[in-house]
Ligand binder design. Structure first.
Ligand SMILES: [Zn+2]
Ligand SMILES: [Zn+2]
Length: 339
């Protein structure tokens, strides 16, 4: 545990159970959760292999597995386990299962050559989705659920996305694919803004230049936007986000990194604002996201700037921390030589 206690080690290959599958990992995204574990800022069960944005090729299936075969190209859910019997599981929300464990945090994850999980936690990608994009399905499924099913974003909805990390750009893509108007608000100019424009951001506004609220009000006839997707993890982002909403607007919180944040609760009540914590996904959101990917309506591959071998994990983590790249993927099947 603790900074400096993350290292690359030789470990035995995972063994599967009769309802399990073993995957040769071809891509595993570095997520902010991995960085939080790296800095010991959230709980986890050490020793554990990190990485929960996993795709790869099935190399072994258990005797009771149906519908998945060796050679299938798949992505894995981030569930280490859910019970299927508690009220949340029964409601189709295993993310909130009372006994849930998480891949790459409680049980071994995908920063390894092989990864084993239950067959029911696997999504078959088909052959129109590449494996690097496949590693993005975990955050994509979650973002699709939150934006479309929670916030009700659809054609004509006006949305502010706050921040320019990978989750912001995913939110931008999904909202644009749904036909929404999207204003990207960020603290200062970053390299990601060029990509954000390419992905269809209708406006980009910078907090350090001032006047963001006035601009948003101008663009919305003085009403504010229906939805703010806060991805920056900064309390200033939350405070500003609330003020950009129209009455009855929805503030979606996407980061796991918020420090204690003062919010003007009287303002929330007076304006009927809803604050939503983003987590989990549903079967319907997954189908929607897979359809968007297969049909090329969204191209999540564009968010990936580097694919590195596992031995370069420190470089990958450092790049993520500098926010120098939208998304960094580690490919444990690659050796150093063809870097
Ligand atoms: Zn994650
Ligand atoms: Zn459960």
């Amino acid at each position: 545990k603790g900074k400096g206690h993350l290292e690359l080690q030789e470990v035995p290959e995972p063994v599967i159970e009769e309802d399990g599958v073993k995957i040769k990992v071809k891509a595993c995204g570095i997520c902010s959760t991995d960085l939080l574990i790296y800095h010991d800022r959230i709980d986890y069960r050490a020793p554990v292999i990190l990485g929960h944005e996993i795709s790869g090729i099935v190399v072994e299936v258990g005797s009771r597995v149906k519908g998945i075969k060796v050679g299938d190209r798949v992505a894995a859910d981030s569930h280490g386990y859910y019970c299927n019997t508690c009220g949340f599981c029964q409601r189709g929300l295993p993310r909130y299962c009372l006994e849930r464990t998480m891949v790459g945090r409680d049980v071994n994850g995908g920063f390894a050559e092989y990864f084993a999980t239950k067959a029911s936690y696997i999504t078959v990608l088909g052959d129109r989705i590449d494996l690097v994009s496949g590693a993005m399905t975990q955050p994509l499924f979650k973002t699709t659920h939150c934006l479309i099913e929670h916030c009700g974003i659809k054609a004509g909805t006006k949305v502010v996305v706050l921040g320019s990390e990978s989750t912001s750009l995913l939110a931008l893509m999904i909202a644009k694919a749904a036909g929404a108007t999207v204003y990207l608000v960020d603290f200062f100019e970053t390299d990601q803004h060029k990509l954000a424009r390419e992905l269809g951001a209708d406006e980009i506004m910078l907090i350090d230049q001032g006047g963001v609220k006035e601009q948003v009000m101008d663009l919305t006839g003085g009403l504010g936007v229906a939805c703010v997707i806060e991805c920056s993890g900064q309390k200033e982002g939350v405070a500003l986000g609330v003020k950009l909403l129209e009455k009855t607007g929805r503030l979606l919180l996407q980061s796991h990194g918020y420090a204690e944040t003062p919010v003007d609760l009287k303002y929330i009540v007076a304006n009927g604002i809803e604050i939503i914590g983003a987590s989990g996904t549903t079967w319907t959101a997954k189908q929607k996201a897979l359809e968007l990917m297969s049909s090329q309506k969204i191209q999540v591959r564009k968010l990936v700037s580097r694919v590195l071998p596992l031995t370069s994990w420190e470089e990958g983590f450092a790049l993520m921390e500098e926010n120098a790249s939208a998304s960094i993927i580690l490919d444990p099947s690659r050796s150093d030589d063809n870097n």
